[in-house]
Design a protein. Structure first.
Length: 352
């Protein structure tokens, strides 16, 4: 099993120094690189302090300047917010500046609130159509001159300047719905899935959708399937409690965005009161600790083995969950020191 890291520039209060947040993300990525993580992922989001990423290409270019081997993943760009020529050029520039480390991820977005500002009138549930038109256009522009007459974009002959350094840029699609698994498999894309806070059964459902898509579109699919979970590794009760408090605080804000049940003031979503969430299985502490990649190192190893048995090729360690930055580093270091070796030994046995 390969390991990836996903981290946001995340500010939970106006008192937090933005420069400290900026530097923290790079330190985490450098820790991950030194430990042998394969990819560092940055998302795209707008007007939210909890996920500051108006242009993930900027973040990844900066990370790339301060790293050497870890690959740089867009996880993911929202197709509906971009023009194809702009997107192709931005992505190719990152590939050029990083000497060919781009992993290009594309998806359909998450929050209707964001669509109401970035693409007014578009229902988030329909945004997959933009993604499916965008991806082949970007790939065509990377190859050379191309003109397009589509449903959402039309332009005369143009090309991507610059071109990617890589002959074939790895493509990733964010998938949960059957239609997106079908699209990814049919077009030979890698897949990233995020079960949010749902139990293992949700990941098993994704596996069934992937298998169904492979059966439908032929058995030759050899893409990578990655699964992302919020992760907190701890070896004492104080860190365990702090991790639980942090994730529940983030989910209170996330609930605001998903249900549009509160205001967003100067970029900070008002949290849904925790007392109103006590009966909601999505934020029940016991359920969260079981479903997420939470626990002491031995517990986390066992959870990861379950994902490996399910056929997950890469686990995405999602570091951003409102947790204190020093605790984030402690968690990642525990993962590196006491979790990853269990899988490295297995790979060595296979290699022998």
């Amino acid at each position: 099993m390969k390991f990836h890291i996903a981290i946001n520039l995340e500010r939970m209060s106006a008192e937090t120094d933005m420069k400290v947040v900026r530097d923290h993300t790079l330190e985490m990525v450098q820790m991950a690189e030194e430990a042998g993580f394969e990819i560092a992922w940055a998302a795209e989001h707008h007007a939210l302090e909890m996920t500051i990423a108006p242009n993930p290409f900027q973040i990844l270019t900066w990370w790339g300047e301060h790293t050497e081997t870890i690959r740089l993943g867009i996880g993911v760009v929202n197709a509906a917010y971009w023009h194809p020529i702009n997107l192709a050029g931005e992505a190719a520039m990152l590939d050029l500046l990083s000497d060919g480390r781009l992993e290009f991820g594309i998806g359909s977005g998450a929050y209707q609130r964001e669509f109401d500002r970035m693409k007014p009138g578009l229902d988030q549930r329909d945004s997959w159509r933009y993604m499916q038109e965008m991806l082949p256009v970007v790939q065509a522009l990377w190859k050379g001159d191309y003109a397009h007459e589509g449903e959402f974009w039309q332009f005369p002959t143009a090309t991507s300047c610059p071109k990617p350094v890589q002959d074939e840029v790895p493509i990733w699609v964010a998938a949960r719905a059957p239609i997106t698994f079908d699209y990814a498999v049919e077009h030979g894309c890698n897949i990233m899935s995020w079960p949010l806070t749902m139990p293992m059964a949700e990941a098993e459902t994704y596996r069934q959708r992937l298998d169904a898509a492979i059966a439908k579109h032929g058995k030759g699919y050899d893409g990578t399937w990655s699964l992302m979970r919020h992760t907190a590794v701890y070896d004492n009760e104080d860190d365990r409690k702090a991790a639980m408090d942090s994730i529940r605080g983030v989910l209170a804000q996330f609930g605001n965005l998903m249900m549009k049940s509160g205001e967003v003031v100067n970029g900070f979503p008002e949290p849904v009161p925790l007392e109103s969430l006590e009966g909601n299985a999505r934020v029940d502490p016991q359920m969260l600790e079981e479903n997420l990649m939470f626990g002491d190192p031995d517990t986390v190893i066992e959870k990861l083995k379950s994902y490996e048995a399910l056929g997950v090729d890469a686990f995405i360690y999602y570091a951003s969950m409102g947790m204190d930055m020093e605790q984030q580093k402690r968690s990642l270091q525990l993962f590196i020191d006491r979790v990853m070796p269990a899988f490295a030994e297995k790979e060595l046995v296979h290699a022998g």
